[in-house]
Design a protein around this ligand. Sequence first.
Ligand SMILES: [Zn+2]
Ligand SMILES: [Zn+2]
Length: 147
Amino acid sequence: MSYERKSNSEIRTCVRCGKIFQYYGIGRCYCPSCKKQDDEAFKKVKAYIYENGTATVMEVSEKTGVPVRFIRLYLKDNRIEIPEDSPIFIQCERCGVNIRSGRLCPDCANALTNEMRLELDFNNDQIGEIPKKYTSGKMRFLDKNND
Ligand SMILES: [Zn+2]
Ligand SMILES: [Zn+2]
């Protein structure tokens, strides 16, 4: 590795284990050993979801041994996307609609001003697609006449 120069790095605390390490400003603030563990966990989760499609987050966590909160992080970072027919979803941070990955639904992302994007540290990679069968599903609980 040729990343020896200290000028581009800073001393940070690993968000996973709390260890002090040299951070080079790329990706989440994980120390090298957590980064490695995280990459391995991510591969397991991804493989499981793609093989089994309709697993819940709990099930994926149980079968892969990866904590639920990390699985949710992968979804938020848009590193994995929930299959179309899956019962697991994450929610738009602004309106709460179900999305398959990322942080905001397309509507809310469109409504953001550039300033808000900066403030939220939001970019287009974090726009999540709304699963088709749930596009109008959010109101169902409120509508007593439904059925
Ligand atoms: Zn660490
Ligand atoms: Zn939204």
